[in-house]
Write a protein that binds this ligand. Structure first.
Ligand code: TXA
Ligand code: MG
Length: 333
């Protein structure tokens, strides 16, 4: 990047000059942070190895962690990867949406994108701005638009915190709807294998992949290189100590020098008179928790409290994906 000013643009009109401006940056090998329905992405032209390398530099991302390729339509998937006929219908059913498929890659995708793997993660985002960018300047390689190790950004403010001065352009389109990254499904194995839980739940996928006997959930063995290389890295964890606590035990922290991250319901039941609370969403509406989670985790380091606790949640449905992130955030490794 020449100089170090980043243009931040608010998008109110989809087919406006600002979108064209962002597309031109991508086509010319620059980096654009853009909204998707999961989290914000940091995009580069996927067919330009030099541009892709910049993503790794800017984020401080380990070289062995492959990037997801963002596309506008199912037709574009065939340009970058091989799709087994038996999976065409399920892919069409789940896209556009918050899901990534790992497929055998075609040679058009350079090894810089896939960290040398012979597979590529493809995603067709539903967000209209991501769609439009992929139409005009796709395919777009994009990891989440955070510095490596930090929580993914779910609004432009968080992107600006991490990347201002490091990228050409940041598109501000408000808050991401889901707030956690896409569900990743590997379709190159014997059975569809969920590598990362996300907004599309395992229960939903078992229904959608019924004719294939449902999906398996991948748990890396201790001595094994994980199939989604990114899953082995420390993620989301604040600098300060963060512990997970059962809701029944959370009142021990009321009005102590600890920030409490909890659901509205737990707050009302156990913490009525406490001041040191940040509400992460409603237990009865768990997608609100997903949407607020990363902003809440970023708050831990910003708050005046020296440490924090977060409420332990159940592990079914969307809660399972939320707990996957919380467990990473409370682990130091
Ligand atoms: O929702 C999302 O997926 C967001 C938005 C921006 O699309 N992107 C995202 O990218 O979360 P990133 O780079 O933060 O996470 C991608 C994950 C990493 O864990 C990476 O290892 C895995 O996907 N991955 C990418 N390509 C893969 C492949 N070919 N095989 C296995 N895992 C792959
Ligand atoms: Mg990420």
């Amino acid at each position: 990047m020449n100089g170090n000013t980043t243009k931040v643009i608010k998008i109110s009109d989809l087919y406006n000059d600002d979108i064209q401006y962002a597309c031109d940056i991508l086509k010319n090998g620059g980096l654009v942070a853009f909204p998707t329905e999961t989290v914000y992405g940091l995009g580069a032209c996927a067919l330009n190895p030099e541009a892709v390398k910049k993503i790794f530099e800017v984020k401080g991302r380990p070289q062995d962690n492959p990037l997801i390729v963002h596309l506008a339509s199912f037709e574009q998937v065939n340009e970058v990867a091989y799709v087994e006929e038996k999976y065409v219908n399920v892919i069409k059913r789940l896209t556009p949406g918050p899901v990534t498929f790992v497929l055998k890659k075609k040679s058009i995708i350079p090894p810089e994108v896939t960290a040398g793997l012979d597979t590529v993660g493809v995603r067709i985002p539903a967000h209209p701005i991501a769609q439009r960018l992929a139409q005009c300047a796709g395919p777009i390689a994009a990891p989440s638009a955070n510095l490596s190790g930090k929580p993914s950004p779910t609004d432009a403010k968080s992107v600006i915190e991490d990347l201002f001065g490091l990228v050409e352009c940041i598109i501000d389109a408000g808050e991401s709807a889901f707030g956690i990254e896409s569900t990743i499904i590997d379709l190159t194995k014997e059975k569809p294998l969920v590598l990362r839980p996300g907004p599309i739940t395992i229960e939903e996928l078992n229904e959608i992949f019924k004719e294939f006997g449902g999906v398996e959930f991948y748990v890396p063995k201790a001595d094994e290189k994980p199939l989604a290389p990114g899953m082995k890295y420390r993620h989301y964890a604040p600098e300060k100590t963060l512990k997970m606590v059962e809701p029944e035990k959370i009142q021990e922290y009321a009005n102590k020098d600890v920030l409490i991250l909890c659901t509205l319901e737990t707050c009302e039941k156990y913490l009525k008179d406490a001041k040191n609370i940040h509400i992460i969403g409603e237990y009865a509406r768990p997608y609100t928790i997903a949407q607020n989670l990363y902003k809440s985790l970023r708050l831990v380091d910003k708050s005046p409290y020296p440490e924090a606790v977060i409420e332990k949640l159940p592990e079914e449905g969307i809660f399972f994906s939320i707990m996957n992130r919380i467990k990473k955030a409370v682990s130091k490794f």
